[in-house]
Write a protein that binds this ligand. Structure first.
Ligand code: ADE
Ligand code: ZN
Length: 335
């Protein structure tokens, strides 16, 4: 990877921890937990990662997540991700998790949250700090999301915010208005996946009905000029994930990705990896792939990385901002 990309301090704001489960770890956890798998080998499993759309991915993703059972499993998964991310220059990671998929298999909320959190607590050892964003699965009814929020409240201090993910089409943000209102009352930050496969209207709903602070993906916002103007005017961050969009056929070719057009329209675009174990690359790979596909210039990369820190739920006084300006200055001197 270009050392310029690697050394820029970056935040990763759209990362599903279950989507960092590499096939090798998936097999070893299945063995540790005596869980049955429908695949005979790592190679056979990897061969199944040939997705036609979001749903075809989600089916395999939830199947894979079923090997996660104990607090140690969630700790090991998160620690492996943090070590990998630190090598790409990630200094801040706001990590999504999907408790409903674990709770329905009998895993307790505390097991999931404590396992992930104990790894995050060790992040500073390797120069990375982070937080947790609990996502509601939109293919399940809002009543389930409400029960999930209730179950998470004893762990409130461990949460940065809530999000909305899973099958987008047919599950508009408006269906989750009550649970987002409750989360807001708890002082939680709010984000939602919108405009990945769903129409621009879902992005409007996420903003105007749920009141989210960031939009996860937002690719289809490009279809609506008024929406692009709104995102730009209000400096709403988009957490875009180029390799995910390619693998799930949201775009047919990275050269057609709207990231640069949105950036040049004044939108606070960021780059993220979504589910790196399934989509062929971690954060640095996403920066590299979109840079080559769109011919991004260094100044654009600096803007994208700066946006990621500004869009993080971090105080303006966090030392990472000063480190960023220092690193950008040092890189300019080398050029
Ligand atoms: N869950 C994990 N990855 C996702 C994605 N890209 N879109 C919606 N839900 C997800
Ligand atoms: Zn996602």
């Amino acid at each position: 990877m270009d050392p310029f990309i690697r050394t820029l301090p970056k935040a990763e704001l759209h990362l599903h921890i279950e989507g960092t489960l590499e096939p090798e770890m998936l097999f070893s956890l299945a063995k540790r937990n005596g869980a049955a798998l429908g695949y005979a080998s790592v190679d056979e499993l990897r061969a199944a990662y040939d997705f036609t759309d979001l749903q075809s991915f989600l089916d395999i993703y939830y199947e894979g997540a079923a090997v996660l059972r104990t607090e140690q499993d969630f700790h090991d998964l998160t620690w492996a991700y943090l070590q990998r991310a630190a090598r790409d220059g990630v200094r801040r990671a706001e990590i999504f998790f999907d408790p409903q998929t674990h709770i329905e298999r009998g895993v307790a909320m505390g097991t999931v949250i404590d396992g992930i959190s104990s790894a995050l607590d060790r992040g500073p050892e390797i120069g990375i700090n982070g937080g947790l964003i609990m996502c509601f699965l939109r293919h399940l009814p809002e009543s389930s999301a409400l029960e999930t929020l209730e179950a998470a409240l004893p762990h409130r201090s461990r949460l940065l915010g809530v999000g909305l993910d899973s099958s987008e089409l047919g599950h508009p943000p408006t269906e989750f208005t009550a649970v987002f209102n409750l989360a807001r009352q708890e002082g939680l930050h709010l984000v939602a996946h919108a405009g990945e496969e769903g129409p621009p209207d879902y992005v409007w709903q996420a903003l105007d009905v749920l009141g989210v602070e960031r939009i996860d993906h937002g690719v289809r916002a490009i279809e609506d000029d008024a929406l692009v103007a709104r995102l730009a005017a209000d400096r709403i961050p988009l957490t875009m994930c180029p390799l995910s969009n390619l693998k799930l056929k949201v775009v047919d070719n990275l050269a057609h990705h709207p990231l640069r057009r949105l950036l040049h329209s004044g939108v606070k675009v960021t780059i993220n990896s979504d589910d790196p174990a399934y989509f062929g690359g971690y954060l640095g790979d996403n920066y590299s792939a979109i840079t080559s596909a769109l011919g991004l210039e260094r100044e654009e990369l600096v803007d994208l990385a700066r946006h990621s820190l500004e869009a993080a739920f971090l105080p303006e006084t966090d030392p990472v901002f000063a480190d960023f300006e220092h690193q950008v200055g040092a890189s300019r001197l080398i050029d």
